[in-house]
Ligand binder design. Structure first.
Ligand SMILES: [Zn+2]
Length: 511
């Protein structure tokens, strides 16, 4: 007579499924085993715990089935011992239940024997399985830790990044990286004042809605976004003692921006930055009030319908023009007309080259000085870190150790910032010829550049074209511009085109 058999199969990880150890292949192996041993397989029980649930319905039904079919001398078939249980204790619990119900085990990869030796080898096998699993987990951890220390972030990619496949550096997410970057930089600059504003910005972003199932973000989302240094290219992983590490991934923001955000989060900055408003008003600080000589400021006014209008105004108390609004457009159109009136003088190339060379040399000397002082600072911090590490070794009090560790992490971050600044210094000194070409371009087509390029170029135009700031009168408009050596006004009378050398050379001015 054939033995009655039941098959039990279980998958606990997607890896198992991928490697061909899925439920169906396990069942196939067990069926084969039944055939060769002349068992009649009457039921199949299976568990899929890939979702991390510890709920093993299949196993429980198997136990119940065994109790109901006690008299049938059942054989329980599974393809490996490890299939049945995660650890030795649970294995024996299940086995006891099976024996009570009069059933026995059979397995293609292990021969059960009803003898003390047989039981010993069964125990050894199941312990080895358990050991192997723990060992694997440990190895995975140490491998992962090694990857982290080498600069590869291999945990879940944060918002704005995506994994580029196993073992590869994570990459900025095509859709979300620009959103994350804009949110971070907006908060750093003070454009967004609160977490709520950042949150609204992200949630209302059209690309964000399209790309995600849930268009809302949770409470910790913004907090994590703002606080994580991973966006600046650095990460640590405290649970495994991974120190601050420079990641191999592409940063979305600079370390300085990250630091600004942290300062703002720590309330060290109370007043909003003015940077964003300056972006809207390229002439801010450059145009003077003709009545009192102080630079005009600018602002956005909002009317009752919540429409915003940009204005320049004199802010000096007691001035006749005090708080008399000048629409931005009016002033800027006049300014552009004035710019159109200018044309570069013929001697420009020769003169500009000599002056730029002077400026470039001065700048290089300055950068060398700065690099030296950054190096000194970095050495000081390194020494400080060293001394804290020594103290950690000498201290046994865990709360003091953790305070020291915090301090070390903080110092490592500072060190990383210094190193980034140092690296940036090298980029800040472009080759002379590049600089020269840029400048000639500005000098020969200032109006074009003013109209088409961004604020940084506009400021360059102001600096290279005008020898001094322009007074503006509300009744008469812009006063005649005093230009740098390179320009003369088209409308100037003949003979008045002597070269006007700016008293400050071409060094960047503060307006
Ligand atoms: Zn004034």
């Amino acid at each position: 007579m054939k033995n009655v058999a039941v098959i039990y199969a279980r998958v606990s990880s997607l890896k198992q499924v991928r490697e061909g150890n899925g439920l169906s292949s396990q069942i196939a192996i067990c069926n084969e085993h039944c055939k060769s041993h002349n068992f009649e397989a009457v039921e199949i029980f299976q568990d899929d715990t890939t979702g991390g649930s510890g709920d093993r319905k299949g196993l429980n039904s198997l136990k119940q089935w065994l109790v109901r079919n006690k008299a049938k001398n059942v054989v329980v078939v599974f393809d490996a011992l490890s299939r049945l249980a995660r650890d030795v204790r649970i294995y024996h619990e299940i086995k006891d239940a099976a024996i009570k119900a009069g059933a026995r085990f059979s397995c293609p990869t292990f021969r059960f024997e009803d003898s003390p030796e047989g039981e010993l080898s069964e125990n050894i096998q199941i312990s080895v399985d358990q050991f192997q699993r723990q060992q694997n987990a440990k190895q995975t951890k140490s491998r992962t830790k090694g990857r982290l220390i080498n600069g590869y972030w291999c945990m879940k990619a944060p918002f704005g990044y995506r994994s580029d496949g196993k073992g590869k550096v994570m990459v900025p997410h095509e859709t979300f990286a620009p959103i994350a970057k804009a949110a971070l930089e907006g908060y750093a600059s003070g454009h967004f004042q609160t977490h709520g504003e950042v949150r609204t910005f992200i949630e209302d972003h059209p690309d964000f809605k399209v790309g995600r199932k849930k268009p809302r973000v949770g409470n910790n989302f913004v907090k994590n976004l703002l606080s994580r240094s991973i966006y600046a290219g650095y990460f640590d992983y405290a649970p495994w003692g991974v120190p601050v590490t420079k990641g191999k991934h592409q940063p979305l923001i600079s370390l300085e921006t990250h630091k600004k955000i942290q300062d703002r989060l720590n309330q060290r900055v109370t007043a909003p930055f003015r940077k964003d408003i300056a972006l809207d008003f390229p002439l801010r600080g450059f145009i003077l009030c003709a009545d009192c000589g102080s630079p005009l400021t600018s602002y956005w006014a909002t009317n009752r319908k919540k429409v915003r209008y940009p204005y320049y105004e004199c802010h000096k108390k007691g001035c006749a023009s005090h708080r008399k609004a000048i629409p931005r457009e009016k002033l800027e159109i006049e300014f552009e007309e004035c710019l159109d009136q200018l044309q570069p003088s013929a001697d420009i190339v020769v003169a500009a080259r000599a002056m730029l060379k002077d400026m470039w040399d001065a700048r290089r000397a300055h950068l060398a000085e700065r690099r030296k002082s950054l190096t000194v600072d970095a050495r000081k911090i390194e020494a400080e870190i060293e001394s804290f590490l020594d103290r950690i070794v000498e201290t046994t009090n865990p709360s003091i150790v953790s305070a020291y560790e915090k301090r070390v992490t903080h110092l490592q971050r500072q060190l990383a910032i210094l190193e980034e600044q140092k690296a940036n210094l090298d980029e800040k000194q472009p080759p002379f010829e590049d600089l020269f070409e840029h400048t000639i371009e500005i000098l020969s087509t200032p109006c074009d550049i003013w109209r088409k390029r961004d604020i940084r170029w506009k400021r360059l135009v102001l600096k290279s074209v005008f020898a001094e700031r322009l007074p503006y009168s509300r009744s008469e408009g812009l006063r005649t511009a005093k230009t740098t050596f390179a320009f003369k006004a088209l409308s100037a009378p003949k003979g008045a085109d002597e070269i006007l050398v700016p008293p400050h050379g071409l060094e960047p001015r503060t307006y």
